[in-house]
Design a protein around this ligand. Structure first.
Ligand code: MG
Length: 252
C-alpha cells in the first residue's frame, strides 16, 4: 500500500480508535493530531454525535487550525459534521420518521423475546435508544462498562446474532447490523460503511482511490465489511493498539 498517495484516512471509532464506547486515550489523541497535520481524517461510527463528542472530541486537543481536516460521521454517516470557524457544524442528517421509529421499537421487543434475550438484573441506561437517524439496542444499556459488555458478549453473542437475523426478516426495509460487543443498530436501508465512504467522497470531493479505511470489523458480517463494496483500500486492525502502530508508521 502506498500511503503517500492517500489524501484521507477513514477510521472506524469503536474498537479501532477506542475500546468499545470507551474514551480515546491521550496517546491515540496525539497520534491523530499528528496525522491531521498531513492528511484529512474522517471518523465513522455507529455512536451518536453526543458519544463522538464525549468519547473522541473531548480528548482531542489539537491546534484548532488542523481541525478543518477532520470530518466526523456519527450514526454510520447518517450525520456529517465539519469544523467551520471554530465550531462543529452539522452538514446533513438523515432522520427516521416517527412511524419508522415506532415500527422499529415494536419489532425490537418481539425479536429480542423470540431470540431468548432476557433483560439482565443490572443495566446501565436505556436498552433501546432513539438516535434520530438510528435506533440502537444495547443488551446491558447504553452506558454499560466495558468489562460487563465483554462478559455478556462471551456468554450471549449467539442470542444477539439470532435477534439480528429475526429483525432482518421482519424489517426488510431497514438495515440491521450488530456492532461493538452488545449492540444492534437499525438505520434506513443502504446506510452502512459503504454509504459512509460514498458520503465522504461526495462531501470532500476526494476519489475513493485516494482513501484508506481502517477498521476492526472488516471480516464478512462485521460492521466495517460493507466499506469494501466501494473498492476502497482497507486495513484490518484488532484494536486501538494496532491502530496506533499503523499511525506511528505513517507520521514518523
Ligand atoms: Mg468497530
Amino acid at each position: 500500500m502506498d500511503f503517500s498517495n492517500k489524501k484521507i484516512i477513514i477510521f472506524d471509532l469503536d474498537g479501532t480508535l477506542t475500546e468499545s464506547k470507551a474514551d480515546m486515550d491521550a496517546e491515540m489523541a496525539d497520534l491523530i493530531c499528528r496525522l491531521l497535520k498531513e492528511k484529512y481524517v474522517a471518523v465513522i461510527g455507529g455512536g451518536s454525535w453526543r458519544q463522538f463528542e464525549e468519547q473522541f472530541l473531548r480528548r482531542l486537543l489539537c491546534p484548532k487550525e488542523n481541525l478543518h481536516r477532520l470530518h466526523l460521521f456519527p450514526t454510520t454517516a447518517t450525520r456529517y459534521f465539519e469544523y467551520v470557524n471554530t465550531e462543529w457544524k452539522e452538514v446533513y442528517a438523515d432522520i427516521l420518521s416517527t412511524e419508522e421509529k415506532t415500527k422499529i421499537f415494536g419489532t425490537f421487543a418481539k425479536s429480542l423475546e423470540k431470540a431468548g434475550y432476557k433483560k439482565p438484573e443490572r443495566v446501565w441506561g436505556e436498552l433501546i435508544e432513539d438516535r434520530d437517524t438510528q435506533v440502537t439496542f444495547s443488551a446491558l444499556g447504553q452506558q454499560a462498562p466495558i468489562e460487563d459488555k465483554k462478559q455478556w458478549n462471551k456468554a450471549n453473542n449467539a442470542i444477539r446474532e439470532k435477534a439480528a437475523t429475526i429483525l432482518r426478516e421482519l424489517l426488510p426495509e431497514f438495515e440491521v447490523r450488530t456492532g461493538g460487543l452488545t449492540s444492534i443498530d437499525i438505520t434506513k436501508k443502504g446506510i452502512d460503511k459503504a454509504y459512509g465512504v460514498r458520503q465522504i467522497e461526495r462531501a470532500l470531493q476526494i476519489p475513493i482511490s485516494e482513501m484508506l479505511f481502517v477498521g476492526d470489523a472488516l471480516y464478512p458480517g462485521g460492521n466495517d465489511h460493507a466499506a469494501l463494496d466501494t473498492g476502497i483500500e482497507a486495513t484490518q486492525v484488532n484494536g486501538p493498539q494496532e491502530t496506533k502502530d499503523l499511525i506511528r508508521g505513517w507520521v514518523r
